[in-house]
Write a protein that binds this ligand. Structure first.
Ligand code: NAP
Length: 416
């Protein structure tokens, strides 16, 4: 299948307001008709509802979680993944016709964008995603002036469709190589980052540089979010999230429980991740929608309830002001669960939840690089990941809980 997204947008990527279009350009409607006629069209439930009538000579596919009552002949999928799976073998061009939510989520899968770029701004409440234009080849198809407004039909063709399986293989090799580089390195310098518990060694910086250098050619425009650098807020662009040494204190003490963690996010969601523990020679990885693995073995979380849960915990050592909250909570988890463990590597802790080696994880304050890859392992292993006091991908640390469907609600209640 070739997936083409077709949209008309104002100069600030405006799409519509109050679930209606905010302009009327008959020649553009004709362009839309000519392009999509005879092809299946996919849309969000709201866009379907905004259509004045069903469009002739096109199969209508609607994405909706709420299973609304729709006219006969409309095919409904409860998720984008279900639609992609059902149509993956179909050798036909399929048009994604909106709206904002669907464009945003389907952009990674689009081979081609056909955009009407209008040189005027509008009052709007729905916007087209801000996409990485240098991933696409741009071609102007036509320039039109209608009702005194100038607009162009532009085709963006994806230069090379991102093959996430291939990319994951490369990321797995880089994580392994970097972790071996780290394990064979020598700690020559230990600095404190504002707190005696928050240290950085020469090897954190060297490993991070090693990883960035290897990842850069894989997606030239990608943004880096990494422990040993200043970071900007996550955007919807491809972003690598790197923890060059997770468990730096373990590493500096030769405690032999540290790892390298690499994740790739797109559109504020994790796409893939790889983590290597050079001491146990364990490579964890996951690709969104395709499961999580350790050394080729599929991971799945345990199903224990709270009272039978063995819980890995972090003490947020860089934030001693959280000590009362943390240790009060640990007592509650200890009393209400089976027992507690503390390893010093949050990445491996979360990977161990995914692997069913423990039942749950709690830490009051964790940075994005600590959970970016491993949160995907937990979710892909059938577990539950919850970020609280903030959102997944925030620059500021958040509280992190992980568990399974049978213990997560009790865990949340105890930690509140
Ligand atoms: N300028 C253009 O070319 C253009 C084209 C199309 C639309 N528009 C405009 O865009 C606006 C509508 O966009 P919108 O973002 O509000 O709505 P939308 O994307 O058309 O539809 C959103 C709905 O799609 C369903 N949905 C979204 N993500 C889903 C997922 N991952 N799994 C299952 N269902 C999912 C949900 O339906 P349920 O709530 O039923 O679960 C959700 O409420 C309107 O203003 C419209 O005029 C403009």
């Amino acid at each position: 299948m070739t997936l083409t997204m077709i949209a008309a947008l104002g100069q600030n990527r405006e799409l519509g307001k109050d679930n209606t279009l905010i302009w009327h350009f008959p020649q553009d409607l004709k362009f839309f008709r000519n392009q999509t006629k005879g092809h299946p069209i996919v849309m969000g439930r709201k866009t379907f509802e905004s259509l004045p009538r069903m469009l002739p000579k096109r199969n209508h596919i609607v994405i909706s979680r709420t299973n609304p009552e729709l006219p006969e002949g409309v095919e409904v999928f409860s998720s984008i993944e279900a639609f992609l799976e059902a149509y993956k073998e179909v050798e036909e061009e399929i048009f994604v016709i909106g709206g904002a939510q669907i464009y945003t989520q389907m952009l990674p899968y689009a081979d081609r964008l056909l955009l009407t770029e209008i040189e005027q701004s509008y009052d709007a409440d729905a916007f087209f995603p801000n996409f990485g234009k240098n991933e696409f080849e741009r071609k102007v198809l036509s320039d039109i002036t209608e009702n005194g407004v100038h607009y162009s039909h532009i085709e963006y063709r994806r230069g090379k469709t991102m093959n996430y399986n291939e990319l994951l293989e490369q990321v797995k090799s880089i994580a392994k190589e970097a972790a071996e580089f780290m394990a064979n390195g020598t700690v020559e310098k230990v600095d404190e980052k504002g707190d005696v518990a928050n240290i950085v060694t020469n090897m954190d910086v060297a490993t991070q540089n090693f990883v960035i250098e290897k990842l850069t050619p894989l997606i030239p425009d990608a943004i880096f979010f990494a422990e040993e650098k200043e970071n900007q807020a996550l955007t919807n662009e491809y972003t690598w999230i790197i923890d060059p040494i997770d468990g730096t204190t373990n590493y500096a003490y030769d405690f032999k429980h540290s790892c390298v963690s690499i994740a790739l996010a797109y559109n504020h969601e994790p796409l893939l991740g790889a983590v290597y523990d050079p001491y146990l020679k364990e490579l964890f990885w996951a690709l969104k929608g395709e499961g999580a693995y350790v050394n080729g073995q599929k991971l799945s979380v345990k199903q224990n309830t709270m009272k039978s849960s063995l819980i890995l915990i972090g003490t947020s050592p860089y934030k001693k002001d959280l000590a009362d909250k943390t240790f009060d909570t640990l007592k509650k988890l200890f009393v209400n669960g089976r027992d507690l463990r503390r390893s010093g590597s949050a990445v491996l802790d979360l990977a161990y939840v995914a692997a069913g080696r423990v039942d749950a994880f709690y830490e009051e304050s964790l940075s994005f690089w600590d959970y970016a890859a491993a949160s995907l392992f937990v979710m892909e292993a059938g577990g539950c990941f919850a970020g609280e006091n903030g959102n997944w991908g925030d620059v500021a640390p958040i509280r992190v809980l992980a568990g399974n469907p049978n213990n997560i609600e009790d865990l949340k209640a105890l930690v509140k």
